[in-house]
Design a protein around this ligand. Structure first.
Ligand SMILES: N[C@@H](CCC(=O)N[C@@H](CS)C(=O)NCC(=O)O)C(=O)O
Length: 240
C-alpha cells in the first residue's frame, strides 16, 4: 500500500496519474497547506521541504517502508519499482528524462509564477509580462516537440507526459478564456492538443481525474490571512 500526501495541484495530479496507470494500491491523504499542515512535525518528518506530493511506500526497497518527496523523484521511483513508463536504458530513457526535466525545472516553475502573478498580483505588470512571455514560449516548445514525436519522450507514453499533462489541463481551466493560447484545442498549438486529447482519453487518466476532482480546492475556503502567510506577503513578508 502507498500513502499519498496530496492536494489538487498539478504537481500532485502527476502522481495520481502514475498510481492509476500502474494499478498500485494507494490511499490519498489531503494536506491543507493554507492551514499550515505541511509544517506539522509529522509531515516535516516525511518531507523537510514542507511540500506535497509525498509518498510512503509500505513495501519499499529491501521490503521496508520508504518515503519519497519531489514529484519528479516520485515518478522515477514508481517507474523503477514497476518497470513501467520509463525505458530501462538507451536513447528512449535519456529522451524521457530530458523532457521530464523540462517540466520539473522549466514548465512547472514558470507556469507556477505565471499563475501566481496573473491570479494574485496582476498589478505587477513587469512580472505578468515576463511570465506570460515565458509561458507562451514553453507552449510553443512543447507543441514543436509533439509535432516531431508522438509523446514527449518518444513513441511511448511515459512519466514525462504524466508530469506535463496536468499543467496544461490546469492552465486551460484557469486561463482558457482570458489567455486563448492556453485554451483546450487552441489553433496555435495543434500538436499539443492532439497529444492532450490522446492522454485525456486513457482510462487510467479518466479514473485519476475523477478521484482528483472529488476533492474540492482548499484555496476556495482559505482566509485572506492564510493566503497571505503561504505567499509570504504583508505581515508575513521577510524583511531581512
Ligand atoms: N518541486 C516540488 C514542488 C511541490 C510544490 O510546490 N508543492 C506545493 C503544492 S503544488 C506545496 O506543497 N506548497 C506548500 C508550501 O509552499 O508551503 C515538486 O515537484 O514536488
Amino acid at each position: 500500500m502507498i500513502d499519498l500526501y496530496a492536494m489538487v495541484s498539478p504537481n500532485v495530479q502527476k502522481i495520481y496519474l502514475m498510481l492509476e496507470e500502474t494499478g498500485l494500491a494507494y490511499t490519498p491523504h489531503q494536506v491543507n497547506i493554507w492551514k499550515g499542515e505541511q509544517f506539522r512535525p509529522e509531515f516535516l518528518a516525511l518531507n523537510p521541504n514542507a511540500k506535497v506530493p509525498v509518498i510512503v511506500d509500505g513495501e519499499g526497497p529491501e521490503g521496508r517502508p520508504y518515503t519519497v518527496f519531489e514529484s519528479g523523484a516520485i515518478l522515477i521511483y514508481l517507474a523503477e519499482k514497476t518497470g513501467r513508463f520509463l525505458p530501462r536504458e538507451g536513447i528512449a530513457r535519456h529522451d524521457t528524462l530530458q523532457w521530464l526535466m523540462v517540466q520539473l525545472t522549466g514548465l512547472g516553475p514558470m507556469l507556477g509564477q505565471f499563475n501566481h502573478f496573473c491570479r494574485f498580483a496582476s498589478d505587477n505588470a513587469y512580472a505578468v509580462s515576463r511570465y506570460t512571455t515565458e509561458a507562451a514560449r514553453l507552449y510553443r516548445l512543447v507543441d514543436d516537440r509533439l509535432g516531431r514525436s508522438r509523446y514527449l519522450g518518444g513513441e511511448a507514453y511515459s512519466i514525462a507526459d504524466m508530469a506535463t499533462f496536468p499543467w496544461f489541463r490546469t492552465e486551460a481551466r484557469l486561463f482558457g478564456q482570458t489567455h486563448p493560447f492556453m485554451g483546450v484545442g487552441s489553433a496555435e498549438h495543434p500538436n499539443l492538443w492532439r497529444w492532450f486529447d490522446e492522454i485525456a482519453a486513457r482510462p487510467a487518466v479518466e479514473k485519476a481525474l475523477e478521484v482528483i476532482d472529488r476533492h474540492p480546492s482548499t484555496l476556495a475556503t482559505a482566509t485572506t490571512d492564510e493566503v497571505d502567510r503561504v505567499f509570504g506577503r504583508g505581515q508575513y513578508a521577510r524583511r531581512s
